[in-house]
Design a protein around this ligand. Structure first.
Ligand code: SIN
Length: 493
């Protein structure tokens, strides 16, 4: 299996510069940073460490492009560009998946899944471009007519995380460009290469110069973030990442009152009632917990299992986890890749040690894998989890799974809602009335019933409470990039 960037079919997909006003650009200061493969710690590429000056140039370029993009392109034209971009992404799936696996660590199979998922947003928003239109509103005054127009808000800054470097860009950029906004992308410094490859394909699809700009940084994230937040030419900012950073960006955006979408941290409850089908629940939990090595915002973080099936489920899960295979994502048969950061291994170990201190029992795993060079940890199963444990309050973001016991529906709703955040949630039960009751009672943005996955381009993605606001995907996704303008007129004038 290919395991270096030398195996790329299209060498031009590997770009090592930022993109400003259609030109591949170095950092104004000439500084650089390195992108590292988390499975081997090999350096994959050296990229420009851009700062506020570069970000400002990118904003100015996007703003200049917006003047013509909003007036001279039609929704149909933008839809065609997005469709072409979708086709090119799918045509280049092998190369994109390889880049993604090498920089992020996820398995090649998962990386291919992300390319398909990422492309789906381009196809979806291509269709939405022409559907997001205004209305004729019946006016109370018989002489009056009210028309509403939906107009792009302006330059959109798109800040994306390292866990889904392709899908998070397309989910935001697909919506922004469909609406008629121009964009400045700031991908995570750990995983910028797949995003740059996407930019190459977007240009090839025909998207105009300046409609996409890419600012790269690893160590000047705060400086670049501030430049994007404070610049009044940026009218919309969309961020996926931690609640802490989301709050900071919201503060920095407040003087210019930008439109904001914040998809922030989660602490998803996964609730398993006595009447759930155990085999199905095991597979759903493997998907919800171990996708991307546990590094998803909607990952099952607190797994609540009703007492009647607790022991049986723990046994079944243990058996299933014995078949998980850890290793580099490029290796055949591997199902769990490395974590993307060294500090993620430390954090996972803190959760494990804390659980053990409070009476949790490790059934499998529980340690890093020192024989492998990268950031690896054993998939870990812990039983007898307790409310006072660290995992109850904080995302683990690693393949570490803790099982909490509960007795009643009322009790588990209280436990699940006892969180400052509310992003995803999962319910496993054959009793549909109960599923709907619980789904309605949970303080979260999304609920999955008897499924282990919440993501689909046609479904609005987002949270409540400390998980942020705004929705991405679905018919709502494009609205966050549009302003509604009523135009009132007197027909008897
Ligand atoms: C996320 O982890 O933020 C995104 C996950 C998804 O879209 O499925």
């Amino acid at each position: 299996m290919a395991n270096t960037l030398d195996a790329l079919r299209r060498k031009d997909l590997l770009q090592t510069k930022g993109l400003i006003d259609g030109k591949w650009s170095p950092a104004a200061t000439g500084e650089t940073f390195r992108v590292v493969n988390p499975a081997s710690l090999d350096v994959l590429a050296t990229l420009p460490e851009m700062g506020a000056e570069d970000a400002t140039q990118a904003i100015v370029a996007a703003s200049r492009a917006f003047a013509s993009f909003r007036t001279t392109t039609t929704a149909r034209q933008r839809a065609r560009w997005l469709r072409k971009w979708n086709d090119l992404v799918l045509e280049n799936i092998d190369d994109l998946a390889l880049i993604l696996t090498l920089e992020n660590g996820k398995t090649l199979q998962e990386a291919r899944g992300e390319v398909v998922y990422g492309a789906s947003f381009l196809e979806w928003f291509a269709a939405e471009a022409e559907r997001a239109h205004g209305q004729v509103v019946p006016a109370a005054n018989p002489s009056h007519r009210i028309l509403t127009a939906k107009q792009p808000v302006g330059v959109a800054a798109l800040l994306t995380p390292w866990n889904f470097p392709i899908a998070m860009i397309t989910r935001k950029a697909g919506a922004a460009l469909a609406a008629g906004c121009t964009t400045v992308w700031k991908p995570a410094g750990e995983t910028p290469l797949s995003c740059l490859a996407l930019a190459v394909l977007a240009q090839e699809a025909g998207l105009p110069v300046g409609s996409i700009n890419v600012v790269l940084t690893l160590n000047k994230v705060a400086e670049v973030g501030q430049a994007l937040c404070e610049n009044s030419l940026v009218r919309k900012l969309s961020f996926t990442g931690s609640t802490r950073v989301g709050k900071l960006l919201a503060q920095q955006c407040s003087p210019t009152l930008k439109k904001l979408s914040l998809e922030l941290g989660g602490n998803s409850p996964f609730i398993l009632f006595d009447d759930a089908q155990i085999d199905h629940a095991v597979e759903a939990l493997v998907m919800a917990k171990f996708r991307n090595s546990g590094q998803t915002c909607v990952t099952a973080n607190r797994v609540y299992v009703q007492k009647g099936i607790y022991d049986q489920f723990a046994e079944a899960m243990l058996k299933r986890m014995q078949s998980l295979q850890v290793g580099p994502g490029t290796q055949e048969g591997v199902t769990i890749g490395p974590l993307t950061h060294e500090r993620a291994v430390d954090k996972a170990m803190q959760h494990i040690e804390d659980a053990k201190r409070h009476g949790g029992h490790v059934l499998i795993g529980g340690a890093p894998l020192p024989d492998l060079k990268g950031y690896f940890i054993q998939p870990t199963l812990i039983r007898d989890m307790k409310p006072e444990m660290m995992t109850t309050r904080e995302e683990i973001f690693a393949p570490v799974l803790g099982l909490y016991p509960f007795e009643t529906e009322e009790e588990v709703i209280g436990l699940a809602n006892n969180s400052t955040v509310g992003l995803g949630s999962f319910i496993m039960s054959e009793n549909m009335s109960r599923c709907v009751r619980v789904a309605e009672a949970l303080e979260v943005g999304m609920v999955g019933i008897n499924v282990g996955m919440l993501s689909a381009c046609e479904s609005p993605f987002g949270g409540v409470k400390g998980s942020g606001y705004g929705r991405e995907g679905g018919t709502q996704g494009i609205e966050d990039y549009l302003a509604v303008k009523p135009i009132l007129l007197d027909v008897n004038h």
